[in-house]
Design a protein around this ligand. Structure first.
Ligand code: IPE
Ligand code: IPE
Ligand code: MG
Length: 252
């Protein structure tokens, strides 16, 4: 009898890229009889704890959903509160992130964002552009459909201009037009608060991601919850459309 082929070692490694739909700030505040804004503020502290913990768990890329293209539907006061919190987060944490070798990218549509937010985004990206110890992507004014649509428009223009020709690997080429092009696709997508939907997050990139839904409101998130999500991920078997190595019969 031939020995069993070793399990795919790569599948046993920590999730290289974790993407998180940080959900439940409003419910967290409501349970305490407080306004939603208090939940969002507590959510920023959870983000800080999570960013700190990620590299220690072997994670190299962390993408967090901060504001969706649909979140403009919320009351104007809440929208400006969320904009203000991005500003406050960058202001309070950028120097430390820069020092600790974190490269910061803000992904999503620039159109429609106020000038002061755009300036903060540019500054955060420029100041950390040479860092490579850890990658933090903040999806802000991000929607998967918007991102794919915007990419398609630029892709079509390059096809029309002859810069992209037939015969290439068009799927891979198209991926380079998305705002997530700098990094690998997410291995693990986490959503907190018990909701089990993507809400327009990373539609293209999620093709082979593993999903973990955690029954914890985002302001309560931290290192232990992130570790639990990664452990759950490590127990999964990824196949990418193929078959498990154990199920491939040895020839003869
Ligand atoms: C997540 O918390 C933060 C953002 C969407 C910006 P929510 O504000 O969605 O909180 P719930 O879902 O109402 O509890
Ligand atoms: C998704 O959460 C967006 C962010 C976490 C930024 P939402 O709370 O906006 O999603 P829905 O409305 O419950 O689908
Ligand atoms: Mg929500």
């Amino acid at each position: 009898m031939s020995p069993k082929p070793a399990k795919d070692v790569a599948a046993m490694m920590s999730a290289r890229h974790v993407a998180i739909i940080m959900d439940g700030n409003g419910r967290w505040a409501k349970r305490r009889g407080m306004p939603r804004s208090v939940g969002h503020q507590a959510g920023v502290n959870a983000l800080k704890r999570t960013v700190e913990a990620a590299p220690q768990l072997g994670i190299e890329w962390l993408t967090v959903f901060g504001f969706s293209t649909e979140n403009w539907r919320r009351p104007a006061s809440e929208v400006s509160e969320l904009m203000g919190l991005l500003k406050a987060y960058v202001k309070s944490d950028l120097a430390r992130l820069e020092r600790e070798g974190v490269r910061v990218r803000i992904i999503g549509r620039r159109d429609g964002l106020p000038a002061d937010i755009l300036a903060i985004i540019d500054d955060a990206e420029a100041r950390t552009a040479r860092n490579d110890r850890f990658n933090l992507q903040v999806a802000f004014n991000y929607g998967g459909r918007a991102d794919i649509t915007d990419a398609a428009v630029r892709f079509a223009a390059d096809v029309a201009a002859g810069r992209i020709g037939p015969g290439g690997h068009l799927e891979a080429e198209f991926g380079r037009y998305l705002s997530t092009a700098a990094g690998p696709p997410p291995d693990l997508i986490v959503r907190t608060s018990g909701e089990q939907r993507l809400s327009n997050f990373l539609l293209w990139e999620a093709a082979y991601a593993e999903f973990v839904f955690q029954d914890i409101l985002w302001p309560d998130y931290g290192p232990d919850a992130l570790r639990a999500a990664v452990q759950e991920y490590m127990s999964r078997e990824r196949r990418y459309g193929g078959v498990d190595a154990d199920d491939v019969l040895a020839p003869g």
